[in-house]
Structure formats: C-alpha cells, structure tokens
Write a protein that binds this ligand. Structure first.
Ligand code: PLP
Length: 357
C-alpha cells in the first residue's frame, strides 16, 4: 500500500503548455526529487513541450535526464574545480568565481559553454559587479569558453524585482556583455537566465532591454502551478477502536479518549513529517485546550492527513512507511482500503507511484 500522487493528465498537460506559451524562452527546472514527479518524467515532459534547454540542479542529475531529453542541460549549481565536468557539448556550466572561470577555460577538450552568474540579494552564488567585468574580459581575451549569457537568481518576491534587476543589468552592460566591441564573438552573451520574476516583470524587462533575451527558469509554478490537477492519496490499512486508557504504539501511549486508531500508508520514508503547530499554540490557548480536555493537550500533533473533512492528529510520530492517527469517537471512520487525502510538500515527498490519467 502506497502514497500515490494522482495527476489529472489532460488538465496538467494543458497547464504546462499554457505556462510555456506565456513564457517565451522558458527553461523548465528539473532537480531534486523532480518536484514529486521524478526527474525522468520531467525530462520526458520537457521533450514533449519541445523546449531547447532544461535546467538541472547538480552534475549528478545529468545522467537521469540526458537519455530522456535531447536539448541543452543548464546546471544550476556553479561549477567548482572539484566538480565532475563532463566534456559534453550539451552541458552549460554556471560559473560564479574568477578562479573557476580560469580553471574551466584552461581545460583540454571542447570549449565549455558557460553562463556567468551575477550575485543577487540572495547572496548565494555569483560574481560581484567588478568581478563580472573581469570575467567578461577573461572570456573575450582568452576565448577558452563559449559564453551563453548571464544568470540572475532572485529571491522569492515580496515586492517588485525590477529595481534590483535594473541595477544588476547595469553591471552586465558595463561589463560589455552583449554590447560594445567584440560582442560579435559572444552571440550567446545577450541571454539573461533569470528566476522568480513574474510574467509582467519579464515583459517590462524585455521592453527595457531589447538587445537582451530574458529566459525564465521555472520549476514550482510550472510543474506544481495547478494544484487542482494534483491529488495526494494515502490508503487506510487498519482501524482499531480504543477506549480511554488503552495503550498503543511503539511508546505504549494511552488513548486520551475513546476513539479509533487509524493506520494509514505514508511515513518518514515518504517524507511525511510532523506538522508545525497551528498558530493557536500560545500558552493561553493551550491552557484553554487542556481545560477542555483537548487532544493537543494530550500531546498529539497535527498530521497532514484528512479524515471525515478534518485534518487529523497523529496518534504517535509517523513510522517509516505507515502512520497512526487518532480519530475521536464520533468521527466517521473510513474502511480498510479506502483512500484519504494527505497534504504534503511536493519537493520533500517521495511518492510510491505517480499516476497520470
Ligand atoms: C530551484 C531553482 C529555480 C527554480 O525555482 P522554483 O521556485 O522551483 O521555480 C530557479 N533557479 C535556480 C538557480 C534554482 O536553484
């Protein structure tokens, strides 16, 4: 019995095409657990969408993608001298330090394709403004690499990104990338690979910088953007009526009230975890709950499973592949074999199966 991701195939595929059509130059991101779908499936879907480049998270992810997808492979993790760097003309390396650029340019074999990353307010990776200028000089002077543009990884927006992007674009233009003498050698230099900008921001940027091509890298709002097309289903494996005081579980807890212990599929190996306490967990709210004999007062913690219309409490922390829930008396108890809904973080969940209709 399994934790299953069910996908309404027509609706999901229509959403994928819609996102593609609204984002010219779209670069899908296929990394990690494949946003719950798995990397192989995302590779095939990128092929089906007829897109020329996919972004992978790490070099280690390339083998799983490259047999199922024929286009270019942009690696988001910046290259380091200790990384494997396949001599593969389909791979585009991200470079964010001068020493790495020099090391990559000095390697034997093909001229590697590179994107120069400019540091953003994220402060994760990338060149400072002056280092980006130096990087452009190295590319122009040495020619050991083929420039494919500049990458900007922006934080998730609270407000508009435009003023930040405009400041960063001053550095790009100032570095002579995509404009100025010698750029005939750098045709790819006019591409800006950018994440977490809205459709509107993309349009404004394209209008403001007509010499550049902005290519949005999108994962979450592509693969997971239409939640109505996705449902996560667990299966009821067992149900045991209990009286107040009956013991259960690995730790011999006693039932705080009469009810049912419901055993369902899904556990720590799937990424099922304890939910954060609700906002109502102040000392005063807890005291009131204890006074009422509430279940949270008995130390039970919220689970991601829904039964009889309500999100239920774990009877004890999730096990490896199953979880025990506590249903107070009065709850409509589902039958063994019934499916129930489970709310998960897709980027942190390993499903046993993905079923696409
Ligand atoms: C993960 C990642 C993305 C995609 O982020 P989403 O929020 O899933 O769209 C884009 N760019 C970089 C550099 C990333 O690491």
């Amino acid at each position: 019995m399994a934790l299953v991701l069910r996908v309404d195939g027509d609706r999901w595929r229509a959403h994928l095409k819609d996102v593609r059509d609204r984002h010219p130059g779209l670069v899908p991101v296929a990394k990690g657990n494949g946003y719950g779908f798995g990397l192989a499936r995302l590779a095939r879907k990128t092929e089906w969408l007829e897109l020329d480049t996919v972004a992978v998270g790490t070099y280690e992810e390339i083998p799983e993608i490259q047999q199922r997808y024929a286009g270019s492979l942009l690696v988001l993790t910046p290259w380091r001298p200790f990384n494997p760097a396949p001599d593969n003309p389909r791979v585009i390396h991200t470079v964010g330090r001068l020493e790495d650029l020099r090391a990559l340019a000095a390697r034997d074999g093909e001229r590697p394709r590179v994107v120069l990353e400019r540091m953003t307010s994220m402060r994760r990776h990338g060149f400072s403004g002056p280092d980006l200028r130096e990087a452009a000089r190295i590319v122009l002077r040495d020619g050991g690499v083929r420039l494919e543009g500049v990458a900007l990884h922006l934080p998730l927006a609270k407000t508009s990104h435009l003023s930040e992007v405009e400041r960063l674009m001053n550095d790009v233009v100032g570095a002579g990338i995509g404009s100025g003498p010698g750029t005939g050698d750098l045709p790819g230099g006019r591409t800006i690979w950018i994440s977490h900008v809205t459709e509107m921001e993309l349009e404004l940027l394209s209008r403001k910088y007509p010499d550049f091509r902005f290519r949005p890298r999108i994962g979450t709002s592509l693969w997971l953007g239409d939640r109505g097309a996705l449902s996560v289903r667990a299966t009821v494996l067992d149900a045991h009526p209990v009286d107040r005081g009956d013991t259960y579980g690995y730790r011999g807890r006693s039932a705080p009230r009469p009810g049912t212990i419901l055993v369902v599929s899904g556990g720590t190996s799937h990424g099922i975890g304890l939910e954060a306490p609700t906002g109502d967990a102040t000392i005063r709210a807890r005291a009131a709950s204890i006074a009422r004999g509430g279940l949270d007062a008995a130390g039970l913690v919220r689970s991601p499973y829904t039964v009889d219309g309500k999100q239920r409490l774990f009877a004890e922390p999730p096990h490896m592949q199953a979880s025990m829930l506590f249903l107070p008396a009065g709850t409509i108890v589902p039958a063994v074999g019934d499916e129930i809904d489970c709310r998960v973080r897709f980027t942190a969940t390993d499903f046993d199966r993905v079923e696409i209709s």
